[in-house]
Every structure is written in structure tokens, then in C-alpha cells.
Design a protein around this ligand. Structure first.
Ligand code: GRF
Length: 211
């Protein structure tokens, strides 16, 4: 399978997927890494792995439609089976999302549907939650609102801070994101036409597979 990964930052999830391909866990290849920023560490990871890089600066476009159209053109040149959003910090247009519906993942640092959007760790702490975590989901037009594929819960400890939670959750992300990509590439995990998520032919509950 051909995978295109979209990033805007450090790309540690990209690295986890690169490593899982290297170890043979994922039966696929990253055909390209696309970034909206030139100077990010994630691009160095792509370069080190010999993966073609695409940089499209969103600031060079008048509107989201123009930026997304340019991304679609560049991405589709690689005939992707799967699009992986890995810390890609731009909101996508409905047209972009529909174009890749059923074959685009995002990872989000909360137990969705809780805490869509930013500052998830502080919000979980402020709410006094005892559970937190991260979620891989299929992308639909609703921001952080698509059907859930895999969720990894962690316990919040008394001395946790937003930073300590972020660190621990990053550790979980680096396990469940490669796993979701592995399952998708093996055609074990899919978003059906009726909107359900199936793993090995069985419909998953709304909270997804619990890691
Ligand atoms: C992750 O925390 C992910 O949940 C969020 O963006 C962050 C990306 O981190 N969507 P990295 O660039 O993969 O290190």
C-alpha cells in the first residue's frame, strides 16, 4: 500500500510509522511526506529515511480551497491508499476530506469524543479526570469527530502535569498509530460505506478498539 503522511512538526508519529515499516510490522511504504512548513524536524526524519518530501506553504494561498487543491494534486501523484495526518496543524476543507473519505486517519491526544481541539491535557486535568489517552480515528468533515478506530487509555496520576501527560500519551501514540496503519494496510481495519468501523469483519463499538 502507498501511504502519504501529512505533518507540521516534530514528526515523532511519522518516525514510529517509518520504524514499523522498517521492522516489517506494516506492509506498506510511505510514498511521500507532505508538510505545510519548511523548517520542521519531521522533514529531517523523512529525508533520513529516503522518503520524498513535499512542502506546500499554506500562506501562499488566498484560501483553504486553493491550498487543499494544491495538496490533493501533489498527494494524488503518489496514488495513495492511505493518508495519515500526524500532527498536521491545518483545518481541512470538506472537499479535501471527502476526497480521501474512508482512507484518511488522524491521531488526537484525548479519549475522543472528549476534548476535541487543542490543549487536551490541561483540559483533562482541569476537569479532574482520572482517565485520559489518545485516539486514532478516520477523518470526516467534523473536526476530530470521525469514527474511532483505536483508543489507548492511560490513568492520570495525582502528580501529573500537562507535560507529563503529553509525554506518556506520545508513548501510547507511537504504539497505536503504527497498529492502525498495519491493520489498514492488511485490509483488516476499514470504514464501511455505512459509516461503521470494522476490524477483521466485526463492527467495533463507538469507542473503537481499546488498546
Ligand atoms: C500528537 O500529539 C498528535 O496527537 C497530535 O499532534 C501531535 C504530533 O506529534 N495530533 P508528532 O509531530 O508526531 O511528534
Amino acid at each position: 500500500k502507498s501511504i502519504v503522511v501529512l505533518i507540521s512538526g516534530s514528526g515523532s508519529n511519522l518516525q514510529a510509522i517509518i520504524d514499523a515499516i522498517g521492522s516489517g510490522q506494516i506492509n506498506g511504504r510511505i510514498s511521500a511526506v507532505l508538510s505545510n512548513k519548511a523548517d520542521i524536524f519531521g522533514l529531517k526524519r523523512a529525508e533520513a529515511a529516503g522518503i520524498p518530501q513535499i512542502i506546500i506553504n499554506h500562506k501562499e494561498f488566498d484560501d483553504r480551497e486553493g491550498f487543499d487543491a494544491a495538496m490533493i494534486e501533489a498527494i494524488d501523484a503518489h496514488q495513495p491508499d492511505l493518508i495519515v495526518l500526524a500532527g498536521f496543524m491545518r483545518i481541512l476543507t470538506p472537499g479535501f476530506v471527502r476526497h480521501y473519505e474512508g482512507r484518511m486517519f488522524n491521531i488526537h491526544p484525548s479519549l475522543l469524543p472528549k476534548y476535541k481541539g487543542l490543549n487536551t491535557h490541561q483540559r483533562a486535568l482541569d476537569a479532574g479526570d482520572s482517565l485520559h489517552g489518545c485516539t486514532v480515528h478516520f477523518v470526516t468533515e467534523e473536526l476530530d469527530g470521525g469514527p474511532l478506530a483505536i483508543q489507548a487509555p492511560i490513568d492520570i496520576q495525582e502528580n501529573d502535569t500537562a507535560d507529563s501527560l503529553q509525554q506518556r500519551i506520545h508513548g501510547s501514540e507511537h504504539k497505536i498509530y503504527p497498529l492502525a496503519v498495519e491493520w489498514f494496510c492488511a485490509e483488516r481495519l476499514m470504514h464501511t460505506a455505512s459509516g461503521q468501523i470494522q476490524l477483521d469483519g466485526t463492527t467495533l463499538p463507538p469507542e473503537g478498539y481499546q488498546f
